[in-house]
Write a protein that binds this ligand. Structure first.
Ligand code: SIN
Length: 557
């Protein structure tokens, strides 16, 4: 039996606030949704660390969009579908690609973002899985930082958005089946409060922290998916955890992303002897889709009994490399590696969850008035494996749609408090310290539910989760403990789906089922909590190609 709420509370005794819309998260999805909504209503934006901490901020590569006159939407759609390995939602993919260029323009014109240009034209780079150069970037390899800065500036001047930093969204509250706000923990004051709202938007990012090695900042503990699941929302495709092939490999150091754009610019992926490992393995060589590059890396590392490979940029013009990739160059230099003279040690690290909380084309989850945007959402655009630089794009496109949808029904009436709600549990002491369990969990997830899985490895992970399931009943009152429970919940969902999917597809690789099995598995695995129990179902993939669909159009303001 899984508890509905993370902690005990009673809204009658908690201080409360009211807003029209509660937005949780401060990456591209949270900031742009808040800015969209503030055009017509009051917003409270809650973020669990400083406003500036998010995965968006460390995103390097860029935003994929059809901007070049020689490019085509059909080509971007088709690259997205190929990377997604047969499980992209055709409608959502068409929406993403169709509305992408307008969102990039909005960043430039409305929010004054500065993207790299030559002679007044946007510079476009190429990344893995793209058949054309279509990735917009800023300050070489600091695209996420530029997007966050531009949106953050606009937000700081917006009187209709109230920001609460260090606010941890514990659980959403439902009334007659619809979302009416949330319980929020103030991490600094160590207090709880109720935030009543007419709508709530989850933009809480990913779950990379559930793995021992990740490119994500430590705040990415899967909170959004876990809390939506507890509330009864459907989550899907969570077994598709994407590993980025090239994180800087320095033992004991947090993994620093080495952008795929470096390979797009000509860097080689080589073994210790300097042999290019992708040549002869995929027609796009180093620019094959990520899952294929990672699978090949795992194979070579196993064969050669090493734990990392190398990126080699020494054949490239050193001045251009420094200019085009200043963040990477500086970071490597601080780690004692001048990348223009020495090879960069790299290994794969957990990077992105392609699945999440299922949403429709307007960001609505199954629970009325609960929306999800960005990595926490499963809009369907990523299928079994996300195409590089489609994630900032997804955040921008669907934030705009969520704003348009809420504007349709939002009225000027005061929010008012919702029905009182209380939950109390017998406080059970956890047998294990939270820190120890967090470390063990991250190791188990990497070793047994990582880049390559098997029935045997997944059973080991499942046994570990079953042995420690009591953590879900422990009354950890601090946010670290709540994060641990969320990571644990996500790990249970990922492991369950990975065991069920008896094939290899996209970024889900099974040693014991090495091939895709379209006949049995061109399906999504949906999970939801019903009366405290996990219910797992499969859902066939829709088959119409995107260009045959009639899409609900967004009215551009
Ligand atoms: C990268 O720059 O390689 C990461 C981009 C992405 O994950 O989309």
């Amino acid at each position: 039996m899984m508890p509905r709420y993370l902690i005990s509370f009673d809204t009658d005794t908690l201080p409360s606030l009211e807003c029209d819309v509660l937005v949780a998260g401060s990456g591209v999805a949270g900031l742009s949704t808040a800015l969209m909504l503030s055009r017509f209503c009051n917003v409270m934006l809650v973020t669990k660390s400083d406003l500036q901490v998010s995965t968006t901020r460390v995103a390097q590569g860029g935003i994929a969009a059809v901007i070049d006159e020689h490019d085509s939407k059909q080509s971007h759609v088709s690259d997205t579908l190929v990377a997604g390995a047969g499980l992209c939602d055709p409608e959502a993919t068409a929406v993403l690609v169709d509305e992408g260029p307008a969102r990039v323009l909005e960043l430039l014109e409305r929010y004054n973002a500065e993207f790299d240009c030559t002679d007044g034209k946007l510079d476009l780079s190429k990344e893995g899985g793209h058949s054309r150069a279509r990735v917009v970037h800023a300050k070489g390899d600091a695209t996420g930082l530029e997007v966050e800065t531009a949106l953050g500036k606009a937000l700081s001047k917006d009187p209709r958005v109230k920001v609460m930093e260090h606010g941890f969204l514990v659980d959403v509250l439902l009334e007659d089946g619809a979302c009416r706000g949330a319980i929020v923990a103030d991490r600094k004051r160590k207090t709880l409060m109720t935030v009543w709202s007419k709508a709530t938007v989850l933009a809480l990012g990913g779950m990379g922290e559930a793995y021992l090695v990740t490119t994500n900042p430590p705040v990415c503990t899967g909170d959004g998916v876990a809390l939506a699941f507890r509330a009864g929302a459907r989550v899907s495709d969570v077994e598709f955890v994407q590993f980025h092939p090239t994180a800087l490999h320095i033992p004991e150091e947090p993994k620093f992303l080495i952008s795929e754009a470096l390979r797009g610019d000509g860097a080689y992926l080589v073994d210790v002897e300097g042999e290019r490992i992708m040549v002869g393995h995929h027609p796009l060589a180093e620019l094959a889709p990520r899952d294929i590059v990672v699978a090949r890396m795992v194979e070579v590392m196993k064969e050669q009994q090493v734990n990392h490979l190398y990126l080699d940029v020494r054949h490239m013009d050193p001045e251009r490399a420094k200019r085009r990739f200043p963040t990477i160059y500086d970071h490597c230099l601080q780690a004692g590696i001048d990348m223009t003279r020495r090879r960069i040690p790299v290994s794969p690290a957990a990077h992105y969850m392609s699945g999440g909380v299922v949403t429709d084309l307007w960001g609505q989850t199954d629970i009325p008035r609960l929306y999800a945007c960005g990595e926490v959402a499963c809009t369907g655009v990523h299928g079994a494996n996300r195409l590089a630089s489609n994630s900032l794009l997804e955040g921008l496109v669907f934030a705009r749609r969520i704003g348009a949808h809420i504007e349709e029904w939002m009225d000027g009436r005061p929010t008012g408090p919702g029905k009182a709600c209380a939950f109390s549990r017998k406080a059970e002491k956890s047998m294990v310290s939270g820190d120890l369990l967090r470390g063990n969990l991250r190791e188990v997830m990497l070793d047994h539910v990582g880049m390559v899985r098997s029935e045997r490895s997944l059973r080991e992970a499942r046994d570990f989760l079953v042995q420690n399931i009591e953590v879900l009943d422990a009354d950890y009152l601090d946010a670290d403990g709540m994060e641990l429970k969320n990571m644990f919940t996500l790990s249970c969902l990922i492991t369950t789906a990975a065991m069920k999917r008896r094939e290899s597809r996209g970024c889900h690789r099974r040693r014991d089922f090495p091939d895709p099995d379209d006949w049995n598995w061109r399906k999504h695995i949906d999970m939801r909590m019903v009366a405290g129990e996990l219910k797992v179902e499969t859902r066939p993939q829709p088959s119409k190609p995107p260009w045959e669909l009639k899409l609900p159009k967004l009215q551009e303001a």
